[in-house]
Design a protein around this ligand. Structure first.
Ligand code: F6P
Length: 327
């Protein structure tokens, strides 16, 4: 069936990520530049089902490129995961004359989007927006670089106090099932070790990293622990170490949701701007059920099915670099 796209709907869904606003701005302005109307959908799929929609002009996205969070608000919707929920969403799209949808979010959001596209023959384009960087087909997701820098700055600060008191800090980092944030922040902040779901960290490895640091000139140690790498997260790792080494003065810091906030870095603003323009272009080119991505500096289009199902790997050289550099 031939589709002429006159109106695009745009929404943000799942965990917010710095740079989502820059993507909303880019989608809006690129669409208007191509004589396509833009309807902003508030509160993700919840708002799509409930009809919380407003047409956006170019002015509506003024002054937002530097703002963290998402002006469209976000939600994780259980109802949209049901066929009844998606039917409601499609009915809203018909009522509002929305011909295609651009979804800015992570893999949960894309799973629902893909189903909506298949069930109702709606063109869907995904823009990867999550601090976790866990989507296959793109080297980076919107928000990842900002979160990485936030974590690095926090760990730098912990290093100051850790050194003053000769302490061992265990820092819990977000990432859902992925260790990208944890491993890369560990390298960037010069941490002694990282515990991530994709690699086994033996107790012995941890001891070597921490113990060697203590014997050497170092008088503080920092270990980054991915939130779901071991049951109980950083608290559990701390307990194990304390049992083995009661002489270590150990502290736990859970960075939590502060990792999701803040003004996006230049990298994330540029990435989000490129993704937004590319997403509109994809619809003009009659692509559907795809995600825009970045590979080796170039914009690519990958099938949503692959982006969701395939697993992105941790680079071996990074894991090895951390092991070598921490001793
Ligand atoms: O996906 C982004 C993320 O921040 C994950 O790193 C984390 O596990 C999860 O969202 C936390 O979700 P919520 O904000 O619902 O607590």
């Amino acid at each position: 069936m031939e589709y002429t796209i006159k109106t695009i709907g745009v929404l943000t869904s799942g965990g917010d990520a710095p740079g989502m606003n820059a993507a909303v701005r880019a989608v809006t302005r690129a669409a208007i530049a191509n004589n396509i109307r833009v309807k902003a959908i508030f509160r993700g799929y919840e708002g799509l089902m409930a009809g919380e929609i407003q047409e956006f002009t170019s002015q509506d996205v003024s002054g937002i490129i530097q703002r963290g969070g998402t002006i469209l608000k976000s939600a994780r919707s259980k109802e949209f995961m049901t066929p009844e929920g998606r039917k409601k969403a499609y009915e809203t799209m018909q009522r509002e004359e929305i011909d295609a949808l651009i979804v800015i979010g992570g893999d949960g959001s894309f799973t629902g989007a893909r189903q909506l596209g298949q069930e109702f023959n709606v063109p869907i384009v995904g823009i990867p927006g999550t601090i976790d960087n866990d989507l296959w087909g793109t080297d980076s997701t919107i928000g990842y670089d900002t979160a990485l820098n936030t974590i690095m700055e926090c760990v730098d600060k912990l290093r100051d106090t850790g050194t003053s008191h000769e302490r061992l800090f265990l820092v819990e980092v977000m990432g859902r099932d992925a260790g990208f944030l944890t491993l890369n922040a560990a390298i960037a902040a010069g941490a002694e070790a990282a515990v991530i779901p994709e690699r086994t960290t033996l107790e012995k490895q941890l001891e070597t990293a921490i113990g060697y640091g203590r014997r050497k000139h170092k008088n503080s140690s920092i270990v980054l622990v991915q939130e779901h790498s071991v049951p109980g997260g950083a608290q559990a790792v701390a307990k194990t170490i304390e049992e083995l080494h009661p002489e270590y003065d150990t502290r736990v810091t859970i960075l939590g949701h502060l990792q999701r906030g803040g003004s996006p870095t230049a990298f994330d603003r540029i990435l989000a701007s490129r993704f937004g323009v590319a997403a509109v272009q994809a619809l003009l080119d009659e692509q559907r059920s795809i995600m825009v991505g970045l590979q080796n500096g170039e914009i690519v289009y990958v099938p949503l099915s692959k982006a969701i199902k395939q697993k992105k790997d941790i680079k071996d050289d990074k894991w090895e670099a951390l092991q070598v550099l921490s001793i």
